[in-house]
Design a protein around this ligand. Structure first.
Ligand code: HEC
Length: 165
């Protein structure tokens, strides 16, 4: 009789153990898993993929409003070092920061807008990135403003008083 009781207790214990061991650690999250659903039409992307899409060339159309926005953003973020005319003579430089090259140098004149967008996003050499301060659309606007400065040759020759910041 005692042997049978002990045996029954063992069986019960064993049953308990098995139950614990077999429990799936992630079973509680199963209820929130849903089948794949296609992206509904008209969905506006957000996050990293939206960022990548906004930075993909050719970027927004080069319209007067975009250029105006670019000039305004350029004056806020870039002129402290690059100067209003892009000659690399901004006030920060006059206080000892490494001078950037002039936008009117041959090498920089041949930069495509997407390359300028990349410099704003990633920085280059001694210039730190502006990705956390300048929105992707504004980076295109600034890039087109710089191309405009180059095309018009504003400040190309040094000593143009009117083009000084
Ligand atoms: C704090 C000073 C500073 C500010 C502000 C600044 N830059 Fe620069 N930038 C530099 C310096 C310095 C270089 C040269 C980097 C090097 O080659 O080491 C440079 C280089 C560049 C170049 C040339 C890259 C190449 O291929 O050589 C571009 C284009 C440029 N900057 C665009 C911008 C734009 C657009 C902004 C505003 C969003 C901006 N920079 C703001 C300092 C600055």
């Amino acid at each position: 009789m005692r042997v049978a009781a002990a045996f029954a207790a063992l069986v019960l214990l064993a049953a308990c153990d098995t139950g614990t061991e077999e429990r799936d650690a992630v079973a509680s999250t199963r209820t929130v898993q849903r089948a794949y659903m296609p992206v509904p039409p008209g969905t506006v992307p957000r996050g990293a993929s939206a960022q990548a899409a906004a930075l993909a060339p050719p970027g927004p159309e080069r319209m007067p409003a975009l250029l105006a926005r670019g000039e305004e953003r350029f004056r806020v973020f870039c002129t402290p070092c690059h100067g209003v005319s892009g000659r690399g003579d901004g006030p920060v430089v006059s206080r000892g920061f490494a001078p950037p090259p002039s936008y009117h140098e041959e090498r920089l004149r041949s930069l495509a807008p997407e390359q300028i967008v990349q410099v704003i996003t990633q920085g280059k050499g001694r210039m730190f990135p502006y990705a956390d301060r300048v929105l992707p659309e504004d980076r295109w606007a600034i890039a087109h403003h710089i191309k405009e400065l180059q095309a018009r040759g504003i400040g190309a020759a040094s000593g143009q008083e009117s083009a000084k910041p």
